[in-house]
Design a protein around this ligand. Sequence first.
Ligand SMILES: [Zn+2]
Length: 168
Amino acid sequence: MAVPGDWKSLWKIHTPPKAKYLLWRICRECLPTRARLQERHVNCPEVCPVCELEIEHDWHFLFACNDNMHAWTAAGLDAVVLPRLQQFSTVKGVIMDVCSKEDRDVAGRMALLVWSLWNNRNNCVWNIIKEAGQQIGIKSECMWREWQAVADSAQCRFRARYNNAAIV
Ligand SMILES: [Zn+2]
């Protein structure tokens, strides 16, 4: 079934595939937050495993959980996201707007941060290990830069090979 949305700009962002895929799942309303699991009659607590204060639904996890908000700031992405929280009422609205209007690198950094937050959330649930939001934001930025350096050098090698082939 075709779901409306600017999926092309989502797939074009600069980020590891795992982060792109997670963003896509979120926009398709497939993220298994506790609120969603309960809707599907899964017997689980509804409280957010990160802050343990509010119900865990998409918007809370991404844009309202106090712990996670520190991560947005530490990653330097708060200016990208915060103004959009006034403009849009769904997570898909915010994510799609960032992917279609911001630089592909900025959108890519956002995607990897979301992936890092979800990873931390799963560690809270399954391993009872929780990292501070600030730490997650800093680590996610480092991870993105490392990924970019590798992706750039791979592209350089590809171009060099292509150019050589063209000369021959
Ligand atoms: Zn929370």
